[in-house]
Design a protein around this ligand. Structure first.
Ligand code: 2PG
Ligand code: MG
Length: 436
């Protein structure tokens, strides 16, 4: 009875909401003749020149210029009109219609925030029409038959632009690769996080347990080794030695000055006095990979430092993840594949701008035998879409911050639900996190 009338998009209505940092973002209600499907766009701290453009009003009198009313109006007028009557199951046609309407290379006309929120809402409507779970619909759209629960890359210590401490490096993450399923991975992550809280409180006082944007603790530590030592102690106290590996997101673009790196860029008395060369940084990372169970380093150099990224990747010491280097941009990914610059993609859906293009860049990365880490942004909402995306595309890795704060847990908790729903068919990437 229900299927006799196919679903069509009847109306798209957008509004401005606030993200986890209190900054405006776009939320969309996509209506079909069968129901209403909601989605919102995340936003990052560092937005680069190679990623799709996030449309902001620029009116300094409102939200310090960060309002998104232009993007909201574009959805309510142009995009709504263009997509009216389309079948929500036809994701690539919907995304192509927006790309055609935009006509720019970087989504500057409609805004990637506007396009992404609509694209995700359409994907949810498509899944509902198919009467399939969202991850299954995404898996079908990508032409795959299997699904995999990713290893969570759980942020436990925050620094860089995401926290007010002096630590230059943006994130220290734990990867429970030795868990037998996703639920156990979250248990291991949560327990370690709480042991770490106690250790930090003992050593730095309770204020060291204040958290950064992604929910990681932000004690005033002087360097990365001090942070890794704390995390190792927490893993030890939790009893997960050997079953949890470590990952770092350096976000080095944020402290690259010219061709040098300033690891003291946040220390008022030391800034500019202790520059490291690319070679020094390679030496430091090599040492970290030898002394600690570090299996993944993200954005170890500047976004345009192809040379040192390649030199470090060639050492084969760990997974090297391109974040700003790639900006989820197919042309930059292609260059990095051809030049062996890095060996994993950080997928930020709002950098690429539509679900279809996100599926394509993941394919591109997987065809090159790269690892794929699906990622949240520091500015998040309670939309859990990336959890379904990570499962549907079999990414193998997903980072969504700490095991605390609602917008971070929205994604991890959705993965718990998906694992429960899949039951005996659920496969946890575990030790195969790089090639599930
Ligand atoms: C990153 C992300 C998420 P942002 O660098 O990987 O942690 O941060 O959203 O600020 O780009
Ligand atoms: Mg990053």
């Amino acid at each position: 009875m229900k299927k006799a009338v196919p679903a069509v998009i009847t109306k798209i209505r957008a509004r401005q909401i606030l993200d986890s940092r209190g900054i405006p973002t776009v939320e969309v209600d996509l209506h079909t003749n069968k129901g209403m499907y909601r989605a919102s766009a995340p936003s990052g701290a560092s937005t680069g020149m190679y990623e799709a453009v996030e449309l902001r009003d620029g009116d300094k009198g409102k939200y310090l210029g960060k309002g998104v009313s232009k993007a909201v109006n574009i959805i309510n007028d142009k995009i709504s009109e263009a997509l009216m009557g389309m079948d929500p199951q036809l994701q690539s046609q919907i995304d192509q219609a927006m790309i055609d309407l935009d006509k720019t290379d970087n989504k500057a006309e409609l805004g990637a925030n506007a396009m992404l929120a609509v694209s995700i809402a359409a994907c949810k409507a498509g899944a509902a029409e198919k009467e399939a779970p969202l991850y299954k619909h995404i898996s079908d759209l990508s032409g795959k038959s299997s699904t995999t629960l990713p290893v969570p890359a759980i942020t436990v210590i925050s620094g860089g632009k995401h926290a007010g401490n002096n630590l230059a490096v943006q994130e220290i993450m734990i990867l429970p690769v030795g868990a037998s399923n996703f639920e156990e991975a979250m248990q291991m992550g949560s327990e370690t996080y709480h042991h770490l809280k106690a250790i930090i409180s003992e050593k730095y006082g309770p204020s060291g347990c204040n958290v950064g944007d992604d929910g990681g603790f932000a004690p005033n530590i002087s360097g990365i080794s001090e942070g890794l030592d704390l995390v190792i102690e927490a893993i030890d106290r939790a009893g997960y030695n050997g079953r949890i590996k470590l990952a770092i997101d350096v976000a080095a673009t944020d402290f690259c000055i010219g061709k040098k790196y300033d690891l003291d860029f946040k220390s008022p008395n030391k800034v500019g006095q202790n520059f490291k060369t690319g070679e020094d940084m390679i030496e430091m990372y090599s040492q970290l990979c030898t002394e600690y169970p570090v299996v993944s380093i993200e954005q170890p150099f500047d976004k345009d430092d192809w040379e040192h990224t390649k030199l470090f990747t060639a050492l084969g010491l760990c997974q090297v993840v391109g974040d700003d280097l790639l900006m989820s941009n197919p042309k930059r990914i292609e260059r990095a594949i051809n030049e062996y610059t890095c060996n994993a993609l950080l997928l930020k859906v709002n950098q690429v701008g539509t679900v279809t293009e996100a599926i394509e860049v993941v394919k591109q990365a997987k065809d090159a035998n790269w690892g794929v880490m699906v990622s949240h942004r520091c500015g998040e909402t309670d939309d859990s879409f990336i959890a379904d995306l990570a499962v549907g595309l079999g990414a193998g890795q997903m980072k969504s911050g700490a095991p605390c704060r609602g917008e971070r847990l929205a994604k991890y908790n959705q993965l718990l639900r998906i694992e429960e729903e899949l039951g005996s068919e659920a496969v946890y990437a575990g030790e195969n996190w790089r090639s599930p």
